[in-house]
Design a protein around this ligand. Structure first.
Ligand code: DQQ
Length: 542
């Protein structure tokens, strides 16, 4: 008998079965968005990695095509690993990492960079890809272990008409982005210095390097744009912590180097795209709508045997647009793409009300397992906030200690999603305001999974981060996408994002409820809550 599948998403991308990881080579071509993804055709665990391929006109209603790349060459015998797409004279080509083996391959190389081109560029679906005969186009340079040399980026064109791209690597304890230059995209020359490197950050997987408008406009720009009106973002995925870290800085085109605006927030050290589960992400410039889109891999929190039993593992995060924060140009903001509105069905709301400590308030829904929720709270009275010295590394710990069920002063207040009627199962997304005692405040924003399931198997770590509170804000806001087993939170307009995976046993499908709560002694004014019920997308073949 078919297993019940209460954890499959209704509007997040997942292949019909088996294991998926990183998003690869996202792009828009001739009316279609293309998403490739690391996929194991044989099992719900990592291995035998191919490039799955899906197309969509809105990045939501995806159709699965035949595999784009599969291991069939000596240099990618054991897997076609992550890579990126670049447009050469309007035609997209793919760079990826071939995984081979020491005794088998030439030059004792393990990870090598290779290139594939479409067989027929007049096909908007780009159904067929072919690997070029010059492959592998790059093997690991001297001084770099060939097991730590992978994930080529989208290329960008310099004023000298030469292409640039970076490959992630590690030398001793230093993560680095090795820079290459090329006139024809096939023959690459290593630059003398890496684009950037940071000590004690480990292997830089899936680097991403792109420009953003310094004016903090929501409009995106092509990856090759440079100039005084532009800031650059360098993102690295650290293989040891499994988190994606980014830094905003300046790309010095004269010597092809990256200088972070704030050295303390350098790549791999400071800011994260997401404080929950989100990894190996990649952006692309969507020239269809003039914006930059971020996609990221969200893996399971369940145990492997559960993944094997349900026969699939992982989803992609909902596509986000990214732009520079006008209030703090060291940070970026992230927000779900507007196309999400095409899935809205019934609208459920709560109007303005005062939330006193204790009783939860129910939001009426038909299916609380697939929702797009936006809630605004008035900025609460800050004076009574708990005095607490905080630093970035204490956030996650505080999210478990100041859990939603405990009473506090200013908060915790927020939402319980995927909650059972008796709230014995609940995922709490909330704020808790703390003061440094010297007139500065921080809002701890948390996604607390500790009571998300009556099952004891899944990992239920609480996640969180801080958002500075200046006292002149009018609103504290949360946007939460709830989709069966994924909860994606965007706090304060996208300043902090937290993605979590949860596996309720009672709060599934129509049984899943939503509540607002305040467990702090200071009353909280709810301004407005909207919970849109979401349509289910059928991800089928084209
Ligand atoms: N996943 C790929 C690698 C990459 C890693 C292999 C990141 O190319 O470094 O599936 O999740």
């Amino acid at each position: 008998a078919a297993l019940p599948q209460p954890y499959r998403a209704s509007f997040h991308f997942q292949p019909p079965d088996n294991w998926m990881n990183d998003p690869n080579g996202p792009m828009f071509y001739k009316g279609y968005y293309h998403l490739f993804y690391q996929w194991n055709p044989y099992a719900a665990v990592w291995g035998n990695i191919t490039w799955g391929h899906a197309v969509s006109t809105d990045m939501i209603r995806w159709h699965i095509l035949d595999l784009a790349l599969l291991p069939d060459q000596w240099y990618d015998q054991y897997g076609c690993w992550s890579g990126s797409a670049t447009f050469l004279n309007g035609k997209p080509v793919l760079l990826y990492t071939g995984w081979s083996n020491v005794s088998f391959s030439r030059d004792n190389q393990v990870q090598m960079q290779a290139m594939a081109i479409a067989v027929n560029y007049s096909d908007p679906l780009l159904r067929q890809w072919t690997k070029i005969p010059q492959n592998p186009i790059l093997t690991a340079p001297d001084g770099i272990n060939s097991t730590k040399f992978r994930d080529p980026t989208t290329g960008w064109l310099g004023k000298d008409d030469k292409w640039r791209m970076i490959v992630g690597a590690k030398r001793k304890h230093r993560g680095l982005a090795i820079l290459y230059r090329s006139s024809d995209f096939v023959q690459w020359e290593k630059a003398k210095h890496p684009l950037h490197s940071v000590a004690r950050t480990g292997m830089w997987e899936c680097p991403d390097f792109y420009p953003m408008l310094a004016s903090a406009s929501r409009n995106g720009i092509d990856t090759s744009v440079t100039g005084p009106h532009v800031k650059h973002v360098l993102k690295v995925s650290l293989d040891d912590t499994k988190h994606d870290y980014y830094a905003v800085g300046t790309y010095v085109t004269g010597n092809d180097s990256f200088i972070p605006t704030n050295a303390k927030l350098d790549a791999g050290l400071g800011l994260r795209y997401d404080y929950g589960k989100y990894y190996a992400s990649k952006t692309f410039f969507d020239d269809n709508k003039g914006r930059r889109i971020l996609l990221g891999w969200v893996n399971e929190s369940s145990i492997e045997s559960a993944d094997i039993a349900k026969n699939w593992s992982s989803m992609q995060g909902f596509p986000r647009i990214v732009w520079l924060d006008a209030e703090n140009s060291e940070r970026i903001l992230q927000w779900p793409i507007d196309e999400i509105k095409s899935l809205y069905k019934q609208k459920n709301t709560l109007e303005s009300m005062r939330l006193d400590i204790g009783p939860v308030v129910k939001v009426k829904t038909t299916n609380g397992a697939q929702l797009d929720i936006e809630v605004d709270f008035a900025l609460p009275e800050l004076k009574q906030a708990e005095k607490l010295e905080v630093n970035a590394s204490s956030a996650q710990q505080l999210c478990s200690e100041r859990a939603s069920s405990r009473s506090g002063l200013v908060g915790p207040f927020g939402l319980l999603v995927l909650a059972s009627e008796d709230q014995s199962e609940q995922t709490a997304v909330f704020f808790y305001i703390v003061s440094d005692g010297r007139g500065s405040w921080n809002a701890l924003v948390c996604s607390d999974q500790s009571r998300s399931s009556l099952s004891t198997d899944p990992d239920k770590t609480a996640y969180g981060s801080f958002i500075p509170v200046f006292g002149n804000e009018t609103t504290m806001s949360l946007r939460v996408l709830v989709d069966h087993s994924i909860v994606e939170t965007f706090a304060q307009g996208g300043k902090v994002c937290i993605t979590s995976r949860v596996y309720p046993t009672k709060a599934i499908n129509e049984e899943a409820q939503v509540y607002v709560f305040n467990n702090g002694s200071v009353p909280i004014q709810l301004k407005k809550l909207t919970a849109w019920e979401m349509e289910t997308v059928d991800i089928g073949p084209f």
